[in-house]
Design a protein around this ligand. Structure first.
Ligand code: C5P
Length: 228
């Protein structure tokens, strides 16, 4: 069977990664979580004190260090899913913290960060057979992807999912904080100058607010078989 490229875009915490990971495992494709890449750059900036007292990012300092930021993924044998590594260190849990969530959108809006990540993502998907999730995969990274999905769900439903996910990992979580963060990121992600989040004209829209994970999985598998 020919291999295709699958782009899954949408707002934060809409369940894209769960759908994308499940599909990749089911059909034997590579899964790439592009949000994790922007999160890893943000973690690097936090750990190297590149945020100013007013919360803004020192863009010049980050630009100078972009060449030192190595991001990679390695399969976690226990979960069967890829973990994110920053300069050789496994950072899968650190990049999901509220601190990173609170700082990631302004970092992801910087044009030099985006061009570096997009180049890496295009290299990772060069041979097709990839499921990539993010905000601009169907519009910028792989505008020729054979299957594009645009996922939406209400902000409250998404905040609840993120809350449940953090709790299940034993991490600290406050629902109101998460809801505020989800809405703030929605706004920044869809209003930035470079590659704002928007539905590609040829993407299929899915509102999964009232769907179970199993239903989403089945729906996506059907779209996959139609596209192949
Ligand atoms: O998908 P996730 O919520 O982990 O992404 C974290 C952040 O990374 C998003 O809020 C967005 O600012 C940024 N992002 C992006 N482009 C992508 C993926 C994520 O700007 N392709």
């Amino acid at each position: 069977m020919k291999k295709i490229t699958i782009a899954i875009d949408g707002f934060s915490s809409c369940g894209k990664s769960t759908m994308a990971k499940d599909l990749a495992r089911e059909v034997g494709y590579v899964y790439v979580d592009t949000g994790a890449m922007y999160r890893a750059v943000t973690l690097y900036a936090l750990e190297n004190n590149m945020f100013l007292p007013d919360g803004g990012i020192d863009a010049d300092a980050l630009r100078r260090k972009m060449g030192d930021i190595g991001i990679s993924f390695r399969l976690n044998e226990a979960t069967g899913r890829p973990d994110t590594y920053l300069n050789g260190e496994r950072v899968e849990d650190k990049i999901r913290s509220m601190e990173v969530s609170d700082h990631v959108s302004p970092v992801a809006a910087l044009p030099f960060v985006r061009s570096a990540m997009v180049a890496l993502q295009q290299a990772m998907g060069r041979d097709k057979g990839v499921v990539m999730d993010g905000r601009d995969i169907g519009t910028t990274v792989f505008p020729d992807a054979e299957l594009k999905i645009y996922v939406t769900a209400s902000a409250e439903v998404r905040a609840q999912r993120r809350f449940d996910e953090l709790k299940s990992k034993g991490m600290d979580a406050d629902f109101d904080d998460i809801l505020r963060n989800v809405k703030e990121r929605d706004y920044i992600d869809s209003h930035r100058d470079v590659s704002p989040l928007r539905k590609a004209d040829d993407a299929i829209e899915l509102d999964n607010s009232h769907m179970t994970i199993a239903e989403q999985k089945q729906w996506l598998l059907e779209r996959f078989h139609e596209a192949c």
